[in-house]
Structure formats: structure tokens, C-alpha cells
Write a protein of this length. Structure first.
Length: 239
């Protein structure tokens, strides 16, 4: 699992550099979400009294909310700084160079919001565990928190597989273009056949002498018809 996570982060780092607008949108989104989560965590942490931390459940709740506040603050402030730096760049080329040379700064922001949101979810679980003593409710709180953490982790790693879909889209476009070329080739071949069948040999010779004055071929229309037939057959075979 650890090697897979490292490979995902490496692929994320080696992915094509985003444009300036994409970077600004990403940092703006991270800053907004981390500020919201940090505010929620701070609100709950402020409501915890010293008496609530006498037991282990209350202490864990306070610790997780405390860590969530700080990590989300790091993500919010860090994304604001990165947003400011990217906004001063002139074009997409400078944004791509900034993206490639500031991997650690970007990872600090992502780790901040990732761990901050994780601690917030776990803190919410301990809110329920510390306030409800019934074992059935405690099991529900623990199961819901675990499922939420797993789903967030799945969405993060699954969302990094956009490149293969783009490659498939490129192959689909190539296949569509090949199909269009085959169709055009078939139409042109049919047109050459129609012209060749309807024209007399005298007409062909006169037309060839006008269109191909330097050609010594006995029938250029026949050659063109044969060439287009071969090309159309080849594309129909391999497309």
C-alpha cells in the first residue's frame, strides 16, 4: 500500500504541467475547502472544556480537532501564497516552470488539507463516541467515520487516472479520422470508376493530354483508380 501511494504521488508529480488558470483554480479550491474545515474544527475545539478531556475519548477528540485546525490553516495559508505567486506569472510557460520547480511547496499544501480533513473526520467520530455511551451508536459512529475516510482516500487516488482516458480519447479521434478517410477514399474511388466506365478511350486520351501533358502513362485515370482502390482497401483492413 505504501509503495502504491508513493507511485501515485510520483505519477502526479510527473504528470503534464497544468496551465496558469488550472493552477489558480486548484489553489483557490484547496484554500476554500481547507478554510471551511479548519473553521469547523476550531468551532468544535473551542467548545471543549477541560472537564471534557478527563477521559480518553474526550482527549482524542480535542487532539484531533486541534491538529485539524493547524493542518487546514497551513493548507489555506499555503494555497493563498501559492495563488499569489502563480497570479504574478505572465503566461502558461512560466506557470509550468513554477509548477515543476515547486513540488515541495505544492505537496505541503496537499498534505495539509489531506491530513487536516482526515483528522477532522476522525475528530467528528470521537465527538459522537464521547457524547454517546450506547455501544450501538458508537459502532455506527466508528463505521461511518471509517467509511468516510476510505471513500475520501479512494476518490483522491482514483481521480489521478485522467491521463489514460485522454489517451483513449486520442485513439478514438484517430480512429474516427481514419474512418472518415476511408469513406472519402471510397467515394473518390467510386467517382474514378464512374468516370472510367462512362468515358471512351478517346475521351480519356484527350483528358490525359490536357491534365497530364508530360505523362507517358497510357491511362492515368486507370492508375489513379487502382491507387485509390489500394489505399481504401488498406485502410479498411487496418482501421
Amino acid at each position: 500500500a505504501g509503495s502504491k501511494a508513493r507511485r501515485q504521488l510520483f505519477e502526479l508529480h510527473m504528470a503534464p504541467s497544468p496551465s496558469k488558470d488550472q493552477l489558480l483554480g486548484s489553489f483557490g479550491n484547496v484554500g476554500t475547502i481547507s478554510a471551511l474545515l479548519g473553521g469547523f474544527a476550531l468551532s468544535d475545539f473551542g467548545s471543549i472544556s477541560e472537564a471534557d478531556t478527563k477521559d480518553a475519548l474526550g482527549s482524542m477528540r480535542a487532539l484531533l480537532m486541534f491538529l485539524s485546525v493547524h493542518l487546514n490553516t497551513i493548507a489555506a495559508v499555503g494555497s493563498a501564497m501559492c495563488f499569489h505567486a502563480v497570479n504574478l506569472l505572465q503566461d502558461d510557460d512560466e506557470a509550468a516552470a513554477w509548477h515543476d520547480s515547486n513540488f515541495k511547496s505544492r505537496m505541503i499544501v496537499w498534505i495539509g488539507i489531506g491530513c487536516g480533513s482526515l483528522f477532522y473526520i476522525l475528530g467528528v467520530v470521537f465527538v459522537g463516541l464521547s457524547k454517546w455511551e450506547d455501544s450501538a451508536w458508537q459502532m455506527i459512529f466508528a463505521a461511518a467515520g471509517t467509511m468516510c475516510c476510505l471513500l475520501v482516500g479512494y476518490v483522491f487516488f482514483a481521480s489521478q487516472h485522467a491521463t489514460p482516458k485522454n489517451e483513449n480519447a486520442g485513439l478514438t479521434q484517430q480512429s474516427t479520422a481514419a474512418g472518415a478517410f476511408v469513406q472519402d477514399s471510397a467515394i473518390l474511388t467510386e467517382a474514378c470508376t464512374s468516370v472510367h466506365d462512362s468515358a471512351t478511350s478517346t475521351d480519356l486520351e484527350q483528358t490525359e493530354s490536357t491534365v497530364f501533358p508530360n505523362s507517358r502513362s497510357p491511362s492515368n485515370y486507370q492508375n489513379l483508380h487502382g491507387l485509390m482502390s489500394s489505399v481504401s482497401h488498406w485502410f479498411q483492413k487496418f482501421s
